[in-house]
Ligand binder design. Structure first.
Ligand code: NAD
Length: 385
């Protein structure tokens, strides 16, 4: 089986799907590795390192011609879709629920589309393949560094001959994988941290990292299934925003990470709350995308400075800003996933396997993921036309 590592073409994407260190188990399992020329350049991984690790460096055309499995980070776009051919597989963060049409297109081309964001995360044997956690971890770390770089004061308490700097008050909203890493990172920088989440179990986790947990009267516990939060009701949402508003006013830095699977992210920081913040305060909205974010005034990938001097950042791809570290984790996940799927040196699509059935979105010319298929069904209005 030939595995092809392509060079990412999405704007600002600097990660690469496999790094030289992650090739060993794949080669041992009988795979041959092809790497597109320059695929690792933006992650400080020159072609020579791949060649030394046993890969063959090829042109993009040659890669698509030869590879049985094309591995990537972001979902393919443009030429990267049309270059895929029948019986070829593509593995990456394909986001089938956000772009189901692409899955329809790949099914028609008889391409097997396998999406790593669909890994069953609660399955303990899939933990080494959990790209959502590995990349959220990088994101949480970078969010704090981004905030610290933008904040015009110190994070730690500093006593010097020139006076004393008070530590920054940091609030982390959403204590999942990214939030926990944000707490740990802000703590290492010496900030005073408050944290809040709607899942009650996160209180102990946040406290163990040195944060003070904020308990709101408005929402008791909103744990959903699989370790995720459920969506709040409209009344709960309003009450939560009201309670948070006053609290946010006293913060120097706010990092938001709150997500609800398959839904728009909840608005946790309203324009009213931002209005009450001090000039120079910094907000990093990690949940921002075209769907919206946790901060009413944030704009994806833009820096907003409000009239009262609050800086709002909404970076949509923080892991790509730390390409070498993020690629190392991503590649480890990818390599664990591919070796799990391989049998006798070939890709084995075994629908009796829980990990395979969750991640294979298209196969044999069909969209086989039920969730994705549903999104492709015409709506009643469309069907009536
Ligand atoms: P996520 O990215 O979906 O959400 C981030 C956080 O936002 C979550 O903690 C969620 O509770 C919180 N949130 C949602 N709505 C909110 C609101 N209105 N107000 C405040 N907070 C809100 O979550 P994630 O980081 O991908 O994962 C969440 C949890 O899932 C993890 O912390 C873990 O407990 C669990 N998980 C388990 C496994 C496993 O069992 N192997 C693997 C991965 C994740």
């Amino acid at each position: 089986m030939k595995i092809g590592v392509v060079k990412e073409r999405a704007p600002n994407e600097r990660r690469v799907a496999l790094v030289p260190d992650a090739l060993k188990p794949l080669l041992a399992a009988g795979a041959e590795i092809l790497v597109e020329k320059g695929a690792g350049d933006s992650a400080a991984l020159p072609d020579k390192l791949y060649a030394d690790a046993g890969a063959t460096i090829v042109s993009r055309d040659e890669l698509y011609r030869q590879a049985d499995v094309v591995v990537r980070v972001q979902k393919p776009d443009g030429d990267d879709v049309t270059s895929l051919r029948a019986e070829q597989a593509v593995v990456g963060l394909l986001q089938p629920l956000i772009d189901p049409k692409l899955m329809g297109e790949l099914a028609r081309a008889k391409v097997t589309a396998i999406s790593l964001d669909a890994i069953p995360r609660t399955l303990s044997r899939a933990q080494s393949m959990d790209v959502l956690s590995s990349q959220a971890n990088v994101g949480g770390y970078r969010a704090v560094l981004t905030a610290a770089a933008e904040y015009g004061r110190y994070f730690p308490l500093l006593t010097t001959a020139a006076g004393t700097a008070r530590p920054a008050n940091v609030l982390v909203l959403g204590v999942g994988v990214a939030g926990l890493q944000a707490i740990a990172t802000a703590r290492r920088l010496g900030a005073v941290i408050k944290a809040y989440d709607v899942r009650a179990e996160t209180k102990e986790q946040a406290e163990s990292l040195g944060a003070t947990f904020l308990v709101l009267k408005s929402v008791a516990d909103a744990s959903g299934s699989g370790g995720y939060a459920r969506e709040l009701t409209a009344e709960e949402r309003e009450a939560q925003q009201r309670e948070l508003n006053d609290f946010i006013a006293g913060m120097d830095v706010v990092i938001t990470t709150a997500q609800v699977p398959g839904r728009r992210p909840p608005v946790l920081v309203t324009a009213e709350a931002v209005n009450k913040m001090k000039p120079g305060s910094v907000i990093v909205d990690m949940a921002a995308s075209a769907l919206g974010g946790n901060v009413e005034l944030s704009k994806p990938d833009e820096k907003v400075v409000t009239d009262n001097g609050v800086i709002i950042l909404a970076p949509t791809n923080l892991p790509a800003t730390m390409p070498a570290g993020a690629s190392q984790f991503y590649a480890r996940n990818m390599s664990a996933f591919l070796t799990h799927l391989m049998k006798d040196g070939e890709l084995n699509i075994d629908m009796a396997d829980e990990i395979t059935v969750a991640t294979v979105i298209t196969h044999g010319g069909e969209v086989i993921s039920e969730q994705t298929r549903k999104l492709l069904e015409p709506t009643a209005a469309e069907a009536a036309k």
